[in-house]
Design a protein around this ligand. Structure first.
Ligand SMILES: C[S@@+](CC[C@H](N)C(=O)[O-])C[C@H]1O[C@@H](n2cnc3c(N)ncnc32)[C@H](O)[C@@H]1O
Length: 358
């Protein structure tokens, strides 16, 4: 029987489970969740034949906030003597893939399987190439996910490149830029990779654009904007890194980010202030409805309880404010790999009906 396997941040299995259950119910597809706290994966099992495929086809992966990656497939129990033959047999009943992704859960148990993954990778890949279940030239074909829960229990599944994350386990391999003043810099870079197609970076993250960074100090996010040659207003009572100030592209405003109003509209507003999610979403709605920015990236820091509900309320609040102002925008939200107890929200204004800058 086919099912969906979803990767998430360890500790957020409950949110990932509620989310997939909610979306399946909305689409009238029956299924149940199998997971445990800290597993970093959630199974969604659909008892009726064809339902798991239907569900995957009916959900836009970008709708999923708490799932980093997903695949459609089934489980194998394998012996330690020969893991490859059963995987090859399972591939015979699936689509041709463009590549193999060997995966584990993002947990200590998963990391402990690294040596086995290394041992398996070459021989499995060559068996898949020989049998032609993997054909690297078919670049648009699905990816084959071979997920090791343990040395004996393996999930074999597929994801489609236009409806899944672009990285194994949904984890992009980003290199920390040595000149950036804080590790948070990777959060904004990952958000861009996630929310903005690569071919649009040159027009949407273009040199000369203006940006406001709320809660900017010491400047990891500002560094990313400066690196794209934007002019940045960095709002924070805390100190900004000297190197950034020396770039000549940054104006540091020591003020409360919630009260700050830009002198003129900017392309980008980004915000990494640690506060209640309701306050952050109200701030986001204000910036968008007053026409102060065209695109925004903001973190919603999540409380310990009711995290799924809280995110939904924040997004509904932003959507309601946009609707009331007659502004059409795309809203997306994701728990990125670099997000801890938080999610990242991206909004892009597409059309502002009675767009007035206030
Ligand atoms: C998580 S840090 C931001 C890190 C930053 N994005 C980076 O990459 O270096 C949060 C920042 O928000 C600032 N902050 C907190 N409340 C604020 C407020 N009301 N207005 C402006 N900044 C605020 C803090 O001073 C702190 O520097």
């Amino acid at each position: 029987m086919l099912e969906l396997l979803l990767h998430c941040r360890p500790g957020f299995e409950g949110e990932a489970a509620t989310e997939i259950q909610t979306l399946a119910a909305e689409r009238g597809i029956n299924g149940y969740v199998v997971t445990r706290d800290g597993a970093a994966v959630v199974r969604f099992v659909c008892p009726a034949a064809g339902d798991a495929e239907r569900l995957m086809g009916a959900i836009d992966f970008r709708e999923l906030i708490f799932a980093r990656q997903w695949a459609l497939g089934s489980w194998l129990d394998v012996s330690t003597e020969d893991r490859i033959s059963p995987i090859i047999t399972a591939c015979a009943s699936g689509p041709i893939a463009s590549r193999l992704w060997l995966e584990t859960a993002d947990t200590n148990d998963g990391k402990a399987l690294a040596a086995l993954i290394r041992k398996l990778e070459r021989p499995l890949e060559s068996a898949l190439l020989k049998t032609r279940f993997v054909r690297p030239k078919q670049v648009d074909a699905p990816r084959l996910h071979v997920f090791l829960e343990s040395g004996q229990r393996i999930f074999v599944g597929w994801s489609w490149p236009d409806n899944a994350a672009a990285w194994p386990m949904g984890i992009p391999r980003l290199k920390f830029p040595r000149e950036a003043p804080s590790r948070s810099t990777l959060k904004l870079e990952e958000a861009w990779h996630h929310f903005i197609p690569r071919e649009e970076w040159d027009s949407r993250l273009a040199p000369g654009m203006t940006a406001v960074d709320l809660g900017a100090a010491p400047g990891g996010w500002t560094w990313q904007l400066v690196n794209r040659h934007m002019k940045v207003t960095a709002v924070d009572n805390g100190p900004m890194a000297r190197s950034l100030m020396d770039s000549g592209q940054v104006e540091h405003v020591q003020a409360d980010g919630y009260l700050f109003k830009p002198a003129r509209p900017v392309q980008w507003m980004v915000c990494d202030i640690v506060d209640k999610p309701a306050r952050s979403s109200a701030l986001l709605a204000r910036w968008l409805t007053r026409g102060w920015c065209r695109e925004a990236i903001i973190n919603f820091k999540l409380p310990m309880k009711q995290r799924y509900r809280e995110v939904m309320q924040c997004l509904a609040h932003v959507q309601d404010a946009l609707d009331a102002a007659n502004i059409r925008a795309s809203i997306a939200c994701k728990q990125l790999y670099t997000d801890r107890e938080e999610v990242t929200c991206h909004v892009r204004v597409l059309h502002a009906g009675s767009y007035k800058v206030q």
